[in-house]
Design a protein around this ligand. Sequence first.
Ligand SMILES: Nc1ncnc2c1ncn2[C@@H]1O[C@H](COP(=O)(O)OS(=O)(=O)O)[C@@H](OP(=O)(O)O)[C@H]1O
Ligand SMILES: Nc1ncnc2c1ncn2[C@@H]1O[C@H](COP(=O)(O)OP(=O)(O)O)[C@@H](O)[C@H]1O
Length: 521
Amino acid sequence: MPAPQFHPTPHELDDLELIVSGALGGPLELDLPADVAALASEAGAVALVDPEGLPLAEATWPSREVTALARPAHGPFRRLYLTPDEALERHPGGFTAVLVGGIADRPAVLRAALAEHGDVVAIPVAASDPRLPRVLAAYGDPAVAPPVVLDEPAPSERGLVVFFTGLSGSGKSTLARALVDLVLEQGERTVTSLDGDVVRRNLSAGLSFSKEDRETNIRRIGWVAAEIARHGGVAVCSPIAPFDATRQDVRGYVADAGGAFFLVHVATPLEECERRDRKGMYAKARAGEIPEFTGISSPYEAPRDADVVVDTTGRTVEDALGDVLAGLRAQGLLDLGTASTTGPATRPLRVLFVCTANICRSPYMELTARRIVPDESDIVFSSAGTRGFDAAEMDVEMASRLNGGAAAFRSRPLTRELLEGADLVLTAEASHRAFILDEQPGLFRKVFTLGQAAAAIGRLEPGLPREELLARLSQSRGSADPALDVSDPYRRGPEAASEAAARIERLLAVVLPALARDQRA
Ligand SMILES: Nc1ncnc2c1ncn2[C@@H]1O[C@H](COP(=O)(O)OS(=O)(=O)O)[C@@H](OP(=O)(O)O)[C@H]1O
Ligand SMILES: Nc1ncnc2c1ncn2[C@@H]1O[C@H](COP(=O)(O)OP(=O)(O)O)[C@@H](O)[C@H]1O
């Protein structure tokens, strides 16, 4: 029964080296996975091999007494790793010990030490290790080099893995490709795409969609991504990656390589992915023609550790990508500048208010709305009247209920161009809406009475992104209830004016926060 092979962790390898060199006594602290431990018990020993597979030692099992087979031969500055005997023999006049245990970038620390001291010996023990006095005693209590504080790499030099996970058709590849394009356009980082589909055609060719093969697939992607991060590159991965444990493994690989891991859950619901069904695969999966299809007959474990969660339903690619870019920027990992805010998706929303003469209600709406959302890069407001005069002043009664702005206001008649240039048209009465739709029935998706819009928005869950809110609003259209109208206060005295003003303010208080971008959840 041959001893099973085991690859110790870097820390276990350090301990092994200290024991073999005589700096520490045995036994070796070693954790074996249950299956290897069982084999080791049967064989009475375990073979400890280096990362390349070279057997370094054999440890009796379970007593963990070590017999050396070979000394570690590779690694930068290997020549500085001396046993106590070698160190005393080579440096009879004394030497400087550099404690490299627990140090991620050993070459950098040793390079710095060599620049300071000529006679360096590397000892694989951590400065914080309680066994340190014993180890140093074995080396004859040498001078110990003070710890070197290495500069953190600038964020722009630190490797980065952006990992998109989500159902098939959720939008992973589309968002990943858009992100890669932005990085290429900026030209400051190298970037590598590891798309689920593409990887399965090369790196993972031949793998199935069983749980095991999916795990293998994701670990391969993670391994390559971590190597890219090790060299300061950006890797953008977009497999389904349905299992939490495998995603955690990838996070670990990237951390070990000194990179940052940024997880994006593309949380588009199954219904929407299935509705898109770009490749007809959901239909086949439902028909039982594709076994183990994620979301249908194979599980998807939603991450709880995502840095960004983005549902692409009803949103443009630019807009959804904006969430990812904002997250990357907020964590200081990647700043792609304003690239995302210059696209057409983020131009301001144009809202047009309409009443009859454009002197009472719609100007009141326009000027009040501007007070509630003053940011013109967010929403631009205007107004017009179905029978509006050109350049009349605002009604005095209504104007007196505003805090300024009315003096400069001039009325204008509603035109086809004004309607077409608006993203959303909000009218005072159902009759105004009917007037517009009689002329231009094609505009039914964006013309509502203010009361109708407020009622519809009140029925939606709060915090919807603007695009989705508008999409849902256009679906909830129907005839506008005249009971929700803001009736005309013109020449009906101060009470009617106050009532109209109050009603407009109440309705705008429902509609505008839901439309404003910075109100988004
Ligand atoms: N059984 C089954 N389940 C899920 N997906 C399937 C399956 N069979 C084929 N496909 C197609 O393969 C793409 C997903 O591959 P991934 O490598 O990303 O999947 S995984 O991460 O290994 O789970 C995925 O492509 P995308 O739509 O680009 O995600 C599917 O179209
Ligand atoms: N905001 C959005 N972001 C990403 N994709 C979107 C968005 N809106 C619609 N889509 C569409 O959804 C589909 C997503 O497909 P794909 O990116 O290949 O998904 P996956 O890689 O997750 O399988 C594409 O047809 C894409 O055009």
